[in-house]
Design a binder for this molecule. Structure first.
Ligand code: P1T
Length: 387
């Protein structure tokens, strides 16, 4: 089955075995518990909704299918999914080797919780060069944690090469695929072991649900993750599961339009005299444009750029946008704009932000699916606000 068909049908196949009619859209199963007929015969499918729920299970099947994985799990947020992977795979004394550019919240939990409280070693490398990964592997490295493209600098790393190296050293590779969605990039096909998503973003796509997901094919690891998800309890609610199932049906259409608009905006910004630099993997001047062409089937709707001038100019631009809404998050149908230094990545110390390139002049766009002419006019009007 092709991607577009799976996005609509997997997990919601009509059940006509009884000869009666059947739901075309799965109901939102709100029951928190399931009756059993006999004391010593537990129900064969569902017993309590934290452990398993029909609406969530339908979503988990679809999520797995879209990443070409055997298993999927749906969580109450992207961070809940990140946390469950760490809880499941790490013990005190283990080492996480992570890309130096990641969502600020992921760095925060690695540093302030797992490193500070649980004695997990942590180091960051610029994973754009596989050699840097090779040089940083330790005897106790258990996880390599990647985003590609990264949030917010849009740096790419070679999933295939890193996975090969990791597996020679018995290390598990986790890829946070939130920015690309499985429509444009399939990390498991490239050799990664585990994919994680914030479904809050493209998978739900309408900025009205917070959720997370893990997809993988290793059955033993899936069973451990599922055990810990049930034990720790960070499950996605039935209503949110319904929303994500519904959002996924239009993922392919949305991603195509996000990308079509983003390419036009990236070119527009790239030719503006007020813009110093644009980070978008679809531009020929992106340092890893060749890798992007090889590893992804599209370039997506996310980009960041450096505006000329200082904090005043950035503020004028950010506040000058009308259709691009100033807000954290990304991946919804509506265009969003944000300032990583003071919003999503404010957790990082100033020196670290500056070393990475997250300056006061860096602006991130999540390009929505509105009419491109309105989006370009909005950006031009905001540029006109700069004195
Ligand atoms: O917000 P939550 O659903 O918990 O997802 C966390 C998360 C994980 N991974 C990536 C790559 C992310 O971008 C995020 C959340 N990011 C934002 C809220 C943001 O504006 O970048």
């Amino acid at each position: 089955m092709e991607f577009e068909t799976k996005a609509i049908h997997v997990g919601e196949e009509p059940n006509l075995t009884g000869g009666d009619s059947s739901d075309v859209v799965i109901p939102i199963h709100l029951s928190s518990t399931f009756a059993r007929g006999k004391l010593n015969a537990p129900p064969n499918k569902y017993e309590y909704s934290r452990s398993g729920n029909p609406t969530r299970e339908a979503l988990e099947k679809r999520l797995a299918a879209l990443e070409n994985a055997r298993f999927g799990l749906a969580f109450s947020s992207g961070m809940a999914a990140v946390t469950t992977i760490c809880l499941t795979m790490l013990k005190a004394g283990d080492h996480i080797l992570a890309f130096d550019d990641l969502y600020g919240g992921t760095k925060r939990i690695f540093e302030k919780v797992f490193n500070t409280n649980f004695n997990i070693e942590l180091s960051y490398v610029n994973a754009t060069d596989v050699q840097n990964i090779e040089n940083s592997i330790r005897k106790n490295t258990r996880l390599i944690w990647l985003e590609t493209p990264t949030n917010p600098l849009m740096k790419l790393c070679d999933i295939r090469a890193i996975s090969r190296l990791a597996h020679e050293n018995n290390i598990t590779v986790v890829v946070d695929n939130t920015f690309m969605s499985p429509y444009f990039q399939q990390p498991l096909e490239l050799g990664a072991d585990v994919v994680v998503h914030s479904t809050t973003k493209y998978l739900n796509g309408h900025s009205d649900s917070v959720g997370g997901a893990i997809m993988l094919s290793d059955e033993a690891l899936f069973n451990q993750l599922k055990f810990n998800q049930n034990t720790a309890g960070a499950i996605l609610s039935p209503f949110d599961s319904f929303l994500v199932l519904r959002g996924l049906k239009t993922l392919p259409l949305r991603m195509k339009q996000h990308e079509e608009n983003a390419i036009k905006i990236a070119n527009f910004l790239d030719s503006s005299p007020l813009v110093q630099k644009v980070y978008y993997p679809g531009l020929k001047n992106h340092p890893q444009h060749e890798l992007a062409k090889r590893q992804m089937s599209g370039y997506g709707g996310m980009m960041s750029f450096v505006l000329k001038g200082g904090p005043e100019e950035a503020k004028a631009f950010l506040e000058g946008c009308r259709i691009f809404t100033l807000a954290e998050s990304l991946g919804g149908v509506e265009s969003l704009i944000e300032h990583p230094a003071s919003m999503t990545h404010s957790y990082l110390p100033k020196e670290e932000r500056e070393k990475l390139g997250i300056s006061h002049s860096l602006i991130r766009l999540s390009v929505g699916i509105e009419n491109i002419n309105d989006l370009l006019t909005d950006i031009q009007n905001a540029l006109n606000q700069i004195k």
